[in-house]
Design a protein around this ligand. Structure first.
Ligand code: KPL
Length: 317
């Protein structure tokens, strides 16, 4: 099975490495030529959960090298064959250029699994790639990239749920193929008909932990330790939960417990948003709390805390 991993960050390299180990034909599409050259020459250096370190060969090219007619050059049957694209880039990288590149990559029968935090991106992808099958994914696996090209550490296990974004646009064979491949690569993968709910549950967790860890510059575990931070977490949780429930989130009962569990389970971690702030990268605030504020506006509900943290985090970078 051809699997294209779009994005050479921690999550992209982890999936590429684990999938390539099972004998799949994996290609990693990167943003820079430099990273693609290193990956093509040296492969992925993967530190497994048990501490084993392996070098795993993959194909790698830069996204910029994709040209019209790419499928024809890549192999005689590329136009007819089916493939999966695992889209692992950050929300902020899903721009018009990337959408053009995804269009070039998705010849033949292609399904795209989106593994982003936040909301808003799948509408954009569905509108720009009407021929592709779009799948929503929610993952709790942890990974950290340890150099600027090929070294990745698998830091945590967790479920990976995926399902068709639109019920009438799916392919049972393709999705079962991916499910089996993911499972044989060691992922705790499952198909779900309730992706909106799963996305909203993850969004709720990210909407509380990510902006506040970025604003207070604390690890996930330290965040709830201070009483005034805990009060703010709770208020942001209540506001966000009410908005998501008004937009159809079903399973809201144990949401607060989940937030606290994630803080405990990832206590030593720096959230992705704090990491972006510290390294001067654009954060995903527009698609996390900004996304929640957007839903609230559409529903005619006020979202003062989500609006405020969105403004504050934007001033941090
Ligand atoms: O998903 C995360 C992130 O950092 O983006 C959490 C769950 C907060 C873990 O750090």
């Amino acid at each position: 099975m051809k699997i294209h991993i779009v994005g050479g960050g921690a999550i992209g390299l982890l999936h590429a490495g684990l999938l390539a180990q099972t004998g799949q034909e994996v290609t990693v599409w990167t943003r820079t030529d430099k990273q693609a050259e290193r990956l093509q020459a040296e492969g992925i250096k993967l530190e497994m959960l048990n501490g084993d370190v392996r070098d795993i060969a993959v194909n790698s090219y830069s996204l910029a090298s994709l040209q019209p007619g790419w499928a024809g050059q890549a192999g005689a049957d590329a136009e007819q064959s089916s493939a999966w694209i695992l889209l692992t880039v950050k929300q902020s990288h899903i721009d018009d250029r990337l959408l053009d590149q995804l269009r070039l990559l998705s010849s033949g029968k292609t399904a795209i699994l989106c593994l982003q935090n936040g909301i808003g991106h799948m509408d954009k992808l569905a509108a720009s790639l009407p021929g592709a099958l779009i799948y929503a994914g929610v993952t709790s696996v942890g990974a950290r990239r340890l150099d600027d090209a090929r070294h990745v550490r698998h830091t945590g296990d967790g479920p990976l749920w995926f399902g068709a974004y639109a019920e009438d646009k799916k392919d049972d064979n393709l999705q079962n193929l991916l499910l089996n491949i993911l499972k044989s690569a060691g992922f705790r993968a499952g198909l779900s008909n309730e992706m909106k709910d799963r996305i909203y549950q993850k969004l709720l967790i990210n909407a509380v932990i990510n902006p506040l860890t970025a604003i207070y510059d604390t690890t996930n575990g330290e965040l709830p330790q201070h009483p005034s931070r805990l009060t703010l977490m709770r208020s942001l949780f209540e506001e966000t939960s009410a908005i998501l429930t008004a937009d159809g989130m079903k399973s809201g009962d144990n949401g607060w417990q989940l937030v606290m569990q994630v803080c405990a389970a990832t206590a030593a971690n720096v959230s992705s948003m704090l990491s972006d702030v510290r390294t001067g990268r654009q954060t995903e605030i527009d698609w996390i709390n900004g996304g929640v504020s957007g839903l609230a506006r559409r529903l005619g509900i006020a979202s003062p805390l989500n609006d405020a943290v969105t403004t504050l985090v934007k001033q941090l970078h």
